[in-house]
Design a protein around this ligand. Sequence first.
Ligand SMILES: *Cc1c(COP(=O)(O)O)cnc(C)c1O
Length: 426
Amino acid sequence: MDLAQRDHNVIWHPYTQMKTAPLPIPIVRGEGALLFSEDGTSYIDAVSSWWVNLHGHAHPYIAQKVAEQLQTLEHVIFAGFTHPAAVALAERLLQILPQNQKRAFYSDNGSTAVEVAIKMAIQYWNNEGQPKRKVVAFRDSYHGDTFGAMSVSSRSTFTEPFWSYLFDIEFIDVPIPGAEEETIKQLEAIAKTGDVAAFIYEPLVLGTAGMVMYTPEVLDKLMELCQKYSILTIADEVMTGFGRTGRTFASLYLQHQPDMMCFSKGLTGGTMALGLTTCSSQIYEAFLHDDKSKTFFHGHSYTGNPVACAAGLASLDLLLHDSTQQSINRIVAQHAAFAVKAKQLPYVKEVRQQGTILAVEFEAGGTSYFSNLRDTLYNFALERGVILRPLGNIIYIIPPYCITNEQLEQVYQTILGMHGLVAAVQ
Ligand SMILES: *Cc1c(COP(=O)(O)O)cnc(C)c1O
């Protein structure tokens, strides 16, 4: 029995309707931006394997560092004990994050990094003796799949069975160009109630919403309001972190600094699962107390896993290397040139770019065609050896930085070729 069939007999895949989904493609090897299937077919990983991969697959330098760590220390309990990789990774990240970030709290993935930030924010106000109930988030946001993260994410059909279990959130509209003033008004109206603990946001780019983009200027205004009304700010950089937006962190485009930040996807270069929440001294100090009930009682079995931290350190070495920074600039320039071409296609509603992230939004056509179009575009790309996962009628590229110009050109040509399929559903 081949691997896909064996998989089909035992595995339940994420975000997959197992009744109708085609058999998965078995991948047996990766190198650079390419993935190779069992039968030798190669695919360009234009979505960085769900936005995690930074430097290409099976990178020899990361592999070496992970192997060394595995032979030295694979794991140790992270309460009462520590180890070199966790300390070094925190030290190095705090040096390149917005200056006010002073403490690092490890967890397992993006959702847990968000859970930790929300719990820190709510307990912060409790510890300060001024409990606040409300959390503000963008209406179309995505912050993860666990209950707290779901609560602060958009109320979509994906989470509908759980709506009644999710805590109340005050949603504000995403301040896309033209809608800035309205969002500022919405936030101010909520802020004036005085019961707002925190505002959580994906800075500059809302990934799952369809690579929806807004400016640093309007985010700065929202953060200024938060400061004025003592609302803690949480930058969810799980997707935007580690170079995706052109700078190492999206928050580095801003004048204001967030109180807390969440990281995961690119943190280990896409090698291992690792989550990280960082915070300012103000947050941290509110938990220092002789009264033990003020402690942050949160942790996971694999908190600060040494192998994951070693992968994080190796990935950071590569990210900060000149050649990677040049690759990021190269991708930014290539995307900008392609955007000009893509904008001229009929049935293209909008082309958006922020750094290495590029999105092409097609006219949706009749809504009944919506999901069909998504699958048609997905298969069209696969048949041409390119992995693209459209979000409805939006196709996006978020490539590993090692992707070559030739590979990028193949991805662009694939997108240009989709135009006929889109025309067919109009
Ligand atoms: C993917 C994502 C998460 C959740 O991360 P997981 O590791 O999948 O749990 C949270 N926030 C944002 C912005 C994300 O893109």
